[in-house]
Write a protein that binds this ligand. Structure first.
Ligand SMILES: C[S@@+](CC[C@H](N)C(=O)[O-])C[C@H]1O[C@@H](n2cnc3c(N)ncnc32)[C@H](O)[C@@H]1O
Length: 337
């Protein structure tokens, strides 16, 4: 018997544990309660070290569910985070994106059984807010990017697919001399970001524009509205895999961005890498969800090797790399010497 057939025989007799009925039903309910509590600002309060005190009947019912799920425990009339609840609070962005942001796509499965793919249908505001929370869950990654930008001296950083400009706002505080441009295809998300930038008093340093960053035959209109020669850093988070699927691969997209910004000296690329395993339990959590969502929408995920081959082909060297849940990787790239 070969090693491969031995492995198959082993798994047939000892299948990796899958999800139970309880996991499926109670997990969904717990996710809804986690998002509701987030909408009320509870997780931010709790992570801050404060406790919460439900007042209405609805708040008591949600609290009770979160206690039964093991995320909160009671101290008198107030509630605080358990260890598991701390993990939930830190990861509420992932929970929001998958529960609310991607729900419209999964809902379409019912009517698309004969199609090979479903066009992604998202709740852009929910994806934007969830992604901002994902970026904030690892402040040291933002600090690493801010340090790289600030150390090189004043320049202009463009965030391609910036959503609600959460990263840009955080980086503006870390690199106080830097100017920023954020671009996103969702005009409503950009309008909300513009209001936040104005409210923060940063409109002189941060410009947010609606538009596509997908390389096409003709250049997008928003490029004419900025001083592209001034751009020294181009960042993009959780979008390159999608643009590369439509646009001929990772190197083709990066090459065009290099043409748009001739004085670029740094890329910061954050994306989910493809990690394959047959069982849900064989991958870091969120990997199966990420992979299944993208398979449904026909958007490719790319391996670490594919990203790195494209970086090398275009003459970029990874100077810093930060893993988040193994599969979400942020790379800071400088031009190879
Ligand atoms: C998964 S979200 C990531 C958001 C943000 N980069 C972050 O990580 O916090 C992908 C974002 O890309 C935007 N987007 C999708 N296609 C785009 C395109 N062709 N041009 C510009 N933005 C796009 C979406 O509106 C969404 O805000």
């Amino acid at each position: 018997m070969t090693a491969a057939t031995t492995t198959v025989a082993f798994f047939n007799q000892n299948p990796a544990p899958g999800l139970t009925v309880r996991d499926v039903i109670e997990g969904q309910t717990a996710a809804q309660l986690v998002v509701a509590a987030d909408d009320w600002g509870w997780w931010a309060t709790l992570l801050n070290g404060d406790s919460i005190a439900p007042t209405s009947g609805i708040q008591h019912a949600v609290t009770d569910g979160l206690v039964r799920a093991g995320f909160l425990n009671q101290r008198g009339h107030r509630y605080q985070l358990t260890h598991a609840g701390h993990d939930i609070a830190k990861n509420r962005g992932f929970i929001r994106v998958s529960t609310r942001g991607w729900e419209p796509t999964f809902r379409q499965l019912a009517t698309c059984a004969d199609q090979s793919h479903i066009p992604a249908a998202t709740e852009p505001g929910e994806v934007s807010r969830g992604c901002t929370d994902i970026s904030r869950r690892r402040p040291e990654i933002l600090r690493g990017i801010g340090k790289a930008i600030a150390t090189a001296g004043p320049g202009c950083t463009v965030d391609l697919g910036c959503a609600g400009a959460g990263r840009v706002l955080a980086l503006a505080a870390l690199a106080p001399e830097e100017r920023f441009v954020g671009v996103d295809i969702e005009a409503e998300v950009i309008a909300a970001a513009a209001a936040e930038v104005r409210d923060a008093g940063l409109a002189d340093r941060i410009t947010v524009l609606p538009g596509s960053v997908q390389p096409e035959a003709s250049e997008p209109a928003w490029l004419a509205a900025i001083d592209r020669d001034a751009v020294t850093t181009a960042m993009s988070f959780f979008l390159l895999h999608q643009l590369a699927s439509d646009g001929g691969g990772i190197a083709a997209v990066l090459r065009e961005w290099m043409r748009w910004f001739p004085n670029l000296r740094r890329f910061v690329i954050g994306d989910g890498y493809l990690l394959e395993a047959p069982q849900w339990s064989g991958q870091p959590w969120f990997s199966p969800t990420y992979e299944i969502y993208h398979t449904i929408t026909g958007v490719r995920l790319w391996t670490k090797e594919e990203y790195e081959a494209a970086f090398t082909e275009l003459g970029w060297t990874i100077t810093h790399s930060f893993d988040d849940h193994t599969m979400l990787v942020t790379s800071i790239l400088e031009r190879a010497a």
